[in-house]
Design a protein around this ligand. Structure first.
Ligand code: AMP
Ligand code: MG
Length: 322
């Protein structure tokens, strides 16, 4: 694919970005921290394209960018502490992790299947696009996985050129400091990642104590535990034959031997498209997460491209329970 670069001063730039985002495509854009790789956070295939373009070997939860607190309220349960923090620091480099609202439109791939969502109202074009689109934008840094964050349109092009349709050029971003990430709890804040907004400023704005993640029992970084987010039943990977009564997560056009004896089948992508499969993965695991379901078989999924991240997530679901 050809990668187009438009400067923010070009009157056509935002229109073009909106059309791509609405259609489920990616747009790299400047934020006050680094360049972000943005997708409509409510479209699973769009979010899967982020992981594919970056070549990420695993799914981690992404920060979702919103225009303001009102838009955040449509996505998450915004409590008193979050209101105080947003009033003090939004728009700006503060990310607040909140419980998903019932029926939240944020796609589970954007939260890596967690019951929480990380929200930030940035300054500039990302916020405007989220406002006009009327949907949150999932946007990690616009660089290939494992490489340094891009702070100019030229660096984005070097890393992701040919893999994304559009880069919005807003000049050099003020270098490399990431957003602070904080998670409000009943009577304190948990600092998940230090950043430009300091611990003292967080305490000041909220009137709450700020604790570190490490010292807070029960709070773990997403994806750290091998068996994190596992369904209730046993998960069997690379199944080339279905045992009678097993539930099957399938992939591709070829049925697995014995498939007709499965209790139920969800095919992640009948055409064998890993991007589509990634978009459906978390919903499939959730659908089969029930005390009534004892055994889930998963068809082999090729490791190429996004297949690596899909298999990583499935291995966690299949890992022995502690
Ligand atoms: P970035 O790569 O800058 O987008 O950073 C994303 C960071 O936000 C990662 O460190 C994630 O672990 C963290 N994060 C995103 N969503 C959540 C969440 N729901 N709960 C806890 N941490 C989150
Ligand atoms: Mg990064």
């Amino acid at each position: 694919m050809e990668t187009e670069i438009l400067t923010l001063s070009d009157p056509a730039a935002e229109e073009r970005a909106l059309a791509l985002l609405d259609a489920g495509d990616l747009v790299a854009l400047p934020t006050e921290t680094v360049y972000g790789l943005a997708a409509d956070a409510t479209q699973g295939v769009a979010v899967a394209k982020i992981f594919a373009a970056k070549g990420r070997p695993s799914f981690n939860p992404l920060i979702c960018h919103v225009f303001d607190l009102a838009q955040a309220r449509g996505l998450a349960v915004v409590g008193r502490a979050a209101e105080d923090l947003a009033a003090a620091f939004w728009p700006g480099p503060l990310t607040i992790v909140l419980p998903l609202a019932p029926g939240s439109p944020v796609h589970p791939l954007a939260t890596a299947g967690l019951a929480t969502v990380a929200l930030r109202a940035p300054q500039g074009v990302a916020a405007r696009l989220a406002q006009v689109l009327g949907r949150p934008l999932a946007a990690p840094s616009a660089n290939p996985s494992g490489r340094v964050s891009a702070t100019s349109a030229g660096q984005v092009l070097k890393g992701l050129g040919g893999k994304i349709p559009l880069i919005l050029d807003g000049g050099a971003s003020s270098v490399g400091v990431e957003s602070t990430i904080v998670m409000p709890q009943a009577d304190h804040l948990v600092l998940l990642r230090p950043g430009l907004v300091t611990r003292a400023a967080l305490a000041d704005a909220s009137g709450l104590k700020v604790r570190d993640r490490a010292t807070t029992a029960g709070v773990t970084a997403p994806g750290q535990l091998a068996s994190h987010y596992a369904p209730a039943g046993r998960v069997r990977l690379d199944a080339t034959r279905v045992e009678p009564g097993e539930y099957l997560i399938g992939f591709g056009p070829e049925p697995v031997a014995g498939q007709e004896l499965a209790a139920d089948v969800i095919n992640l992508s009948p055409s064998g498209d890993p991007v589509e499969a990634a978009a459906r993965l978390f919903a499939a695991l959730a659908a089969f997460d029930s005390p009534d379901i004892a055994a889930i078989a998963v068809a082999p999924i090729p490791a190429a491209g996004l297949g690596e991240a899909i298999n990583d997530r499935l291995r966690r679901a299949a890992a022995p329970r502690t």
